[in-house]
Design a protein around this ligand. Structure first.
Ligand code: TIU
Length: 235
């Protein structure tokens, strides 16, 4: 499925609470919900009252890691949060929540809000998946809930996940917690995550790496790029 074979070499990634040694052959890049619905005006995120410009800072770090991951032949998995056009997979408790300007399924400037197949559901152009990359559509916050992600990771022998995307404290944290309980090592790329609330971004990362890495590790894109570049040189 991937364009080039993953090098059978390992690297140690500088991270908190401690460096972590990984084998690239059992590692995937998991990019969470970098969709127009969350990052661009007129989408789901803005209907909830959020300042969507807060999320733009994650695009360039993710783009750099994505480019290096492709060069290394790493398994790349993108996720998208969204619902079927008939809303049959959207719990009423989610659709009815709060007082948004538009609800899930309502028509908006990028099509129906948070609905699969609509322009707003697409991943932002800068991070568009390539044809050989896996895209997981998810109805919830966690990427394992009601999706094929677990089967995909098992099929490819993945043990370690480099995790980035939006938002830090919502879908990234939920997915990391799900993955941690399933035995995956999650290495979260801090500057490749963003929140509408900077203080929640900081807290979201802090609670992953606290207590000796209770949910996983936190690093940054520079550390990932350095490790990938060294692995490429070794390959
Ligand atoms: N609202 C918010 O912060 N996030 C979401 O609704 N979904 C994701 O995080 N993808």
């Amino acid at each position: 499925m991937q364009a080039s074979p993953t090098p059978k070499v390992g690297s140690t990634i500088v991270a908190e609470p401690a460096p972590i040694a990984i084998d690239w052959a059992s590692t995937a890049l998991l990019i969470i919900d970098m969709q127009r619905d969350f990052l661009e005006p007129g989408g789901f995120g803005e209907t909830l009252g959020n300042d969507v410009s807060q999320l733009a800072r994650a695009v360039a770090p993710i783009g750099a890691v994505l480019k290096a991951a492709r060069a290394l032949g790493l398994l790349v998995i993108h996720t998208r949060e969204g619902h079927l056009p008939d809303l049959s997979d959207a719990p009423p408790a989610k659709v009815a929540r709060g007082a948004p300007s538009l609800r899930i399924g309502d028509p908006g400037p990028m099509g129906r809000i948070l609905i699969r197949g609509e322009p707003g559901h697409d991943i932002v152009a800068a991070l568009a998946p390539e044809d050989d990359e896996i895209v997981i559509d998810k109805p919830g916050k966690g990427a394992f809930y009601a999706t094929e992600l677990g089967d995909v990771l098992q099929k490819y022998g993945v043990e370690n996940l480099l995790v980035c995307g939006v938002t830090t404290e919502v879908c990234v944290n939920t997915t990391v917690r799900e993955a941690n309980d399933r035995g995956y090592r999650c290495i979260v790329i801090g500057d490749g995550c963003a929140s509408y609330f900077p203080e929640f971004h900081q807290a979201g990362l802090a609670m992953i790496k606290a207590q000796g890495g209770i949910f996983g590790w936190v690093t940054d894109s520079a550390a990932i790029l350095a490790a990938m570049s060294a692995a490429n040189a070794d390959a």
